[in-house]
Design a protein around this ligand. Structure first.
Ligand SMILES: Cc1cc2nc3c(=O)[nH]c(=O)nc-3n(C[C@H](O)[C@H](O)[C@H](O)COP(=O)(O)OP(=O)(O)OC[C@H]3O[C@@H](n4cnc5c(N)ncnc54)[C@H](O)[C@@H]3O)c2cc1C
Length: 395
């Protein structure tokens, strides 16, 4: 045991790195330990799209220049399940940065700020009331004498991803299948000058969509994702369904290095922690149910969790809840409602059709899909009206 850490962060993805960076930013002398079961750089299945909102979070964390060597991607094209299309420049450009690069740079920035980074897989946790103990002493057994890898913290930020071990250890159930998606991503050769993030939705098994996001180096991140219940209903092994559909929707972009991972969507979000342990990022199921974007919410929630953990280590949950509610409350209620409406592909056709005709609607949908945006009631009525009219015309 090496004394009591002010903050231990479990997981070195965007949520964990943001928490570690923020902790040392607001209290430069805080003892902060960042644990990850893997060494960096490491790969992570992701579309690699970093929304402008996530880039603003990097600015707040004091690492705004971290990705300045990557080319901004200025255009977004979306094809709806029924074939409506919109293709326009986004108000603020996004980036596409392989996670092998992005996460390693974030962890390195945290280390440079004085965070201790260790390779360590967390397997056990006890909240004693006075502090949290991770991986306490292991009893002697046939393999040899007992060892003490014990780590003690005033507070813990659990940012250990979609299959969070810490979340299970504090008794918070995993997100229900109906609110969980599975997606596969790969890399394909792309035109070097390609400046458009493309999303192609599919009616069969809806909600389901493929994407192609240009990295800017002659490659593109391509992938396809579906909700778990729809995937199971397809009646073939999940990976085969995802890969076949990706090939079918983007036949001109054959993918290599395919890798799949779960996406716990925010409409199934849990309580964001217990006692001195706060959940952030995918561990808190903060992925946008309309787009599958999670990096911005991971950076934001990691930052807010660190602020609460340092301000009130004895009881950080109320402050964290308040901060999350302030930053994302209305947005999450909006995406909860839209995710229900989006179960009907015709609603998405109407929304994309409206966005193709009205610039301000396109901008608003980007804010809702990639940031913390909300939708004004008159717009919901306009889209619903368009959807109903289209339905009546068909019938
Ligand atoms: C195929 C796919 C495509 C996606 N595309 C996009 C996209 O384009 N843009 C976007 O914004 N979002 C996208 N997402 C979502 C995004 O990847 C996640 O929301 C984001 O990675 C969440 O970050 P995180 O820090 O919470 O978790 P992670 O990035 O998963 O990091 C968790 C870390 O915890 C570590 N860990 C796990 N268990 C332990 C343990 N027991 N002990 C110690 N360490 C542990 C892991 O090694 C890992 O480094 C996509 C997701 C998928 C699956």
């Amino acid at each position: 045991m090496d004394g009591v850490w002010d903050l231990v962060v479990v997981g070195g993805g965007p949520a964990g790195a943001a928490a570690a960076l923020r902790a040392r930013q607001i209290r430069p002398r805080a003892r902060v330990l960042l644990l990850d079961r893997e060494d960096f750089p490491r790969d992570k299945a992701c579309g690699d799209g970093i929304a402008a909102h996530g880039l603003a979070e990097l600015d707040l964390l004091g690492v705004g220049g971290l990705l300045s060597d990557y080319r901004p991607v200025r255009r977004l094209a979306v094809v709806s399940p029924g074939g409506e299309r919109v293709h326009a420049a986004v108000a603020r450009p996004n980036l596409v940065v392989p996670r092998r690069v992005f996460d390693a740079r974030l962890v390195e920035a945290a280390r440079a700020r004085g965070v201790e980074v260790r390779r360590h897989r967390v397997r056990a946790l006890a909240d004693t009331g006075g502090h949290v103990t991770l991986d306490g002493p292991v009893a002697a057994g046939p393999a040899g004498p007992g060892v003490s890898g014990e780590i003690t913290a005033r507070a813990v930020v659990a940012a250990d991803g979609a299959n969070s071990t810490v979340r299970r250890l504090i008794g918070v159930p995993a997100t229900a299948d109906q609110h969980t998606a599975l997606a596969v991503r790969g890399y394909a050769d792309a035109q070097a000058g390609d400046d458009t993030q493309l999303v192609v939705m599919q009616k069969d098994g809806w909600p389901a969509y493929a994407w192609s996001f240009p990295v800017g180096d002659g490659s593109a991140n391509v992938g396809f994702g579906m909700l778990l219940p729809r995937l199971r209903a397809a009646g073939a092994p999940a990976r085969r369904v995802l890969c076949d559909r990706l090939a079918e929707l983007l036949p001109h972009l054959p993918a290599r290095d395919l890798r799949a991972h779960l996406l716990p969507l925010s409409c199934g979000r849990p309580v964001p922690g217990a006692g001195r342990v706060l959940l952030a990022g995918d561990a808190a199921s903060l992925i946008n149910p309309l787009t599958g974007e999670g990096i911005y919410y991971a950076l934001l929630s990691g930052r807010l969790a660190a602020e609460a953990a340092l301000a009130a280590p004895g009881d950080p949950l109320p402050a964290y809840r308040r901060a999350l509610r302030g930053a994302l409350g209305r947005h999450l209620r909006t995406t909860d409602a839209l995710a229900l409406a989006a179960r009907f592909p015709g609603f998405i056709d109407a929304a994309i059709g409206t966005a193709a005709r009205r610039r301000e609607v396109f901008d608003l949908l980007v804010e809702v899909g990639l940031g913390a945006g909300t939708v004004p009631a008159p717009l919901v009525c306009a889209v619903a009206g368009r959807w109903l009219t289209a339905g009546l015309r068909r019938s």
